[in-house]
Design a protein around this ligand. Structure first.
Ligand SMILES: Nc1ncnc2c1ncn2[C@@H]1O[C@H](C[S@+](CC[C@H]([NH3+])C(=O)[O-])CC(=O)[O-])[C@@H](O)[C@H]1O
Ligand SMILES: O=C(O)C(=O)Cc1ccccc1
Length: 241
């Protein structure tokens, strides 16, 4: 069990959100109470990874945090000679992720690396997961990152992309934001916590619209794109090379 997220429970001078040691301590609780359907998304990404994994290939978990998707993928792989590579640029996350994964046994080798996914080599990949990570990459670097992933995928390989997204217009967007805030309230977050967290992430997390995501994936060359999960302003997509 992880600790309860009470980072924004007291009034404070809110600073930009970072994935530091304090966040690591509460991360499972934070993500579970903040993302509608997180557990469903993670387990389904594992199932999809099992379906699309190819013999003699790599599976990547980019922005792996504590390795939830890595573990879910590893549970579902039944192909030969597969390896999972998890990458995150938060030293605190990587350290805790390694500790966490060492508590589970598996035949599938896992390599957790400290690194910037915009500078990482993606090769011989059958599956690449970006579970709520692209939203933290500067807007101008997203196209290059996704093209690099596309280049590193084998034919028939897939990108599994989950994002918080923006509604198409102001009214639609505030409707989705309100529904999400209701969800957070129902999970025990106070008005103060919701509002201070919003301030903390507004400069570091830049959501795009669903259309922007799908159009870019198609322009990069993915032959098929499909949204398979949506709740409020959270969604998960698959793009097939
Ligand atoms: N340039 C970067 N390079 C590497 N990592 C990065 C970069 N930028 C941000 N990150 C990392 O991306 C992760 C985003 S969390 C992903 C949840 C996880 N996928 C999960 O399924 O539990 C989502 C959230 O908390 O909203 C953090 O661990 C960052 O350090
Ligand atoms: O914490 C929130 O309320 C967020 O919306 C941030 C967020 C978005 C997507 C994954 C995890 C956290």
């Amino acid at each position: 069990m992880s600790n309860k997220d009470n980072i924004y429970a007291t009034t404070q001078a809110v600073e930009d959100f970072t994935f530091d040691a304090k966040v690591v301590e509460v991360f499972p609780d934070m993500i579970q109470r903040s993302v509608p359907g997180y557990a469903t998304i993670v387990s389904t990404m594992g199932k999809l990874a099992g379906q699309f994994a190819q013999n003699n290939s790599n599976l990547y978990d980019l922005g792996c945090s504590l390795g939830a998707v890595t573990l879910s993928m590893r549970r579902n792989i039944d192909k030969e000679n597969c390896a999972i590579i998890g990458i995150d640029n938060s030293a605190a996350m990587v350290e805790r992720c390694k500790l966490h994964l060492s508590g589970f046994r598996s035949q599938v080798p896992v390599d957790i690396r400290l690194g910037d996914i915009t500078q990482s080599n993606i090769e011989n990949a059958s599956v690449v997961a970006l579970n709520f990570t692209l939203q933290f990459i500067p807007l101008e670097k997203r196209q290059a990152l996704l093209s690099n992933i596309y280049q590193g995928l084998k034919p028939g390989g897939v990108l599994l992309l989950s994002e918080k997204f923006r509604g198409n217009d102001e009214q639609a967007d505030s409707l989705l934001i309100d529904l999400h805030h209701d969800f957070k309230r129902a999970n025990g977050y106070s008005e103060l916590e919701i509002s201070q967290k919003r301030t903390a992430i507004e400069n570091v997390m830049r959501p795009e619209s669903l259309e922007q995501h799908l159009t870019r994936l198609q322009s990069i060359g993915f032959s098929q794109t499909q949204v398979w999960y949506q709740c409020f302003n959270f969604c998960s997509m698959i793009a097939i090379k």
